[in-house]
Design a protein around this ligand. Structure first.
Ligand SMILES: Cc1ncc(COP(=O)(O)O)c(C=O)c1O
Length: 394
């Protein structure tokens, strides 16, 4: 077994990295420790780099088919990681998961249709609904003993005859809630009863902490599967978002035909020739690396949770059941949202996500990305402790 080094510091500034090279524009300076957009500061694993290099040795980068290996890799990953048996004919393509959400909306609903999202939620969920001229319906999550849960009664109350679709992040972002089988079953049943489509964005599903288990929404029952579009990708898991290669799983033949018509209409089906072998390598060879990554992230999360509890008790942290994004409740600092954002940049030297990006329910919150070497995390936490102490003393 190879041991991977997640402590390595890799200079990313100047590489066109969104996380680093947008700092000046977003935070007003390029010195902040960037702990915002959800990509990791860890090296993309060697088996992916090797797969891309191998493809590069063939000197013609012309139009290229997605080979059987792509579909087999998605099928076997879903079976071995998530216990979900899928068929090749259920699998199709999207460059990104957000583009898949948008294509599903274009393909399966019409302008003016209502689409439900559950805030606070990953902000592009709002854009894909509203920018495609569909009507956004909000079913806010409930905060229950430090964990989010879905509000099924409110959901039922907002559904009417113009409602067509529910979009969920499974697991959820922000907060990292791993929806249980029971929760997903209830949600799926509401979709069946009301003839709604369910779009399940499962991009964070491989990053579920080892003590939890991810449930693919469509694996719950054939009835739910027939109305569900599931979006997955190796991008978040293996730090390969720039390769723009995702998979979309649609068991229902008619929904699949609609999706493919839109995919073809936008002419996006070819994808990119490096993303295909990268996905195959990730799903064929990635288990050991992923296991070590989950351990490393788990330790970063424990370290941060412990630090907040003992040293910065004014900030309460929601324990993430999946992924590496810490949802920080900063309300006790007593700052307005604007002042909170400014405090994080100017006093703590941190580039975090403003909680209200995820909806008004994110007021008082910030989101912190912990997918960095522990030494960087320690520095960030120390900065924050000093800044909070100064604030509270002042
Ligand atoms: C829930 C969720 N969906 C989708 C994405 C991004 O997907 P993509 O870059 O493939 O469009 C993210 C990235 O943070 C995310 O958190």
């Amino acid at each position: 077994m190879k041991t991977y080094d997640f402590d390595e510091i890799i200079e990313r500034a100047g590489t066109g990295s969104v996380k680093y090279d947008l700092r000046k524009k977003l935070f007003g300076n390029d010195e902040v420790i960037p702990m915002w957009v959800a990509d990791m500061d860890f090296r993309t694993p060697d088996f992916i780099v090797d797969a891309v290099n191998k493809r590069m040795e063939d000197p013609i980068f012309g139009y290229t088919l997605r080979e059987d290996a792509f579909y087999e890799a998605v099928k076997s990953w879903m079976a071995k990681r998530h216990g979900w048996k899928i068929e090749k004919k259920w699998i199709t393509f999207s460059p990104g998961v957000v583009s898949a959400l948008s294509m599903a909306i274009l393909a399966m609903t019409k302008p003016g249709d209502k689409i439900v999202v559950q805030p606070p939620v990953y902000h592009p969920f709002y854009f894909v609904v509203e920018d495609n001229d569909r009507e956004l319906v909000r079913n806010p999550l409930l905060l229950d003993k430090g964990r989010y849960r879905m509000d099924f009664d409110h959901l039922k109350s907002v559904i009417d005859d113009r409602t067509r679709m529910v979009i969920i992040a499974n697991p959820h972002n922000p907060g990292g809630t791993v929806w249980t089988e029971e929760e997903l079953k209830k949600l799926g049943e509401i979709c069946v009863e009301n003839d709604l489509l369910l779009i399940s964005d499962e991009i964070h599903s491989d990053l579920v902490a080892k003590r939890f288990r991810h449930t693919p929404a469509a694996s719950i029952s054939p009835e739910i599967a027939q109305r569900t579009v599931t979006c997955v990708a190796p991008s978040k898991t293996f730090n390969a978002a720039g390769l723009a290669t995702s998979a979309v799983i649609i068991p229902d033949k008619e929904l699949m035909a609609k999706y493919k018509r839109t995919l073809n209409a936008i002419h996006l089906d070819f994808g990119n020739i490096f993303g295909n072998p990268a996905l195959v390598a990730a799903y064929e060879k990635g288990e050991d690396w992923l296991s070590q990554l989950l351990d490393y992230i788990g330790e970063n999360i424990s370290h941060a949770m412990d630090f907040f509890e003992k040293r910065i008790p004014a900030i309460t942290v929601m324990e993430p059941e999946a992924s590496y994004l810490l949802w920080l409740d900063c309300k006790k600092l007593g700052l307005s949202q604007e002042a909170l954002c400014e405090f994080m940049v100017k006093e703590a030297g941190l580039g975090l996500n403003d909680g209200t990006m995820f909806g008004k329910e994110g007021e008082g919150y910030m989101r912190m990305n912990l997918a960095c070497p522990l030494s960087v995390l320690k520095k960030a936490l120390a900065n924050l402790e000093t800044a909070v102490n100064k604030l509270q003393a002042g």
